[in-house]
Write a protein that binds this ligand. Structure first.
Ligand code: ATP
Length: 243
């Protein structure tokens, strides 16, 4: 199975808004790739197109070497965390995962394994609606890991995690990449990414503005955040007003 995400010349508009304007990059196995860019740059739309949740007008998106909707057991090829809020609130976390596992031909043992992996074993029988944001993020990660996939695509996985959770997730992401998986992580938290990502795809206005090793970027600038701000200076659409 190919551990890659290949996005080529994706174009998409929402009405008069250009969301993707020739988005092109490849996520390779064995490293965490940061996916960064200003608000509205097209990160979530790209991920949604890769997962077949949105259709592009042109271009192609392959995950594990295939178009997502042609994958027979998608969870075994790609795990995604897109919207941590997307849980049935009255269902327990374990039940939520059991239901997803069942739909993919996976058993209860794997559900308990991923609950352990994300630290939710103790809280597994509580209703997901009572979960904090950080707990929902962990639950979303557990779902992404269910099929033990070679590709992971995580939209803002650091959101809501407490400091212990941040340390934990950095270790988890590093070990998933060290196992040879392709791990794409979108985030606005450059300091978190700097510690964990080997590579970074920087986007602005629906296209890639840099696709490079983090060490190379930091070599030229002091921090990933400084490099990012420099690269995206002309691509920021929504700026805060004067204080
Ligand atoms: N369902 C939609 N309807 C209309 N416009 C949309 C829709 N989804 C995205 N867009 C627009 O497409 C552009 C790209 O949005 P997208 O959510 O992909 O950006 P993003 O890089 O993920 O931003 P953020 O960092 O704020 O999450 C934005 O201008 C956004 O307003």
């Amino acid at each position: 199975m190919q551990a890659t995400i290949e996005v080529k010349d994706l174009r998409k508009r929402f009405g008069s808004t250009v969301a993707l304007d020739g988005m092109t990059f490849t996520v390779r196995p064995g490293r965490v790739t940061g996916f960064v860019g200003p608000n509205g740059a097209g990160k979530s739309t790209t991920m949604r197109v890769v997962l077949g949740l949105d259709a592009a007008e042109s271009g192609s998106a392959l995950v594990a070497g295939r178009v997502y909707r042609t994958l027979r057991s998608p969870y075994r090829h790609v795990g995604a965390l897109l919207d941590a809020g997307a849980v049935q609130p009255s269902r327990s976390a374990r039940h939520h995962l059991l239901w997803q596992a069942h739909s993919q031909g996976l058993g209860a043992r794997r559900v308990d394994e991923v609950l352990d992996l994300v630290g939710l074993r103790q809280a597994a029988r509580r209703r997901a609606g009572e979960y904090s944001l950080g707990m929902r993020q962990r639950l979303g990660l557990a779902a992404a890991l269910l099929g033990d996939p070679p590709v992971l695509m995580l939209d803002e996985p650091f959101n809501g995690l407490d400091p212990e959770g941040m340390v934990w997730i950095r270790g988890l992401l590093r070990s998933l990449a060290a196992e040879g998986r392709a791990v794409l992580v979108s985030s606005h938290l450059m300091s978190e990414l700097q510690d964990v990502a080997g590579h970074v795809v920087v986007v602005g206005r629906g296209r890639v503005v840099a696709d490079t090793g983090v060490a190379d970027l930091i070599g030229r600038h002091t921090t990933l955040e400084e490099a990012y701000l420099e690269l995206t200076r002309d691509a920021v659409e929504f700026r805060g007003g004067p204080r």
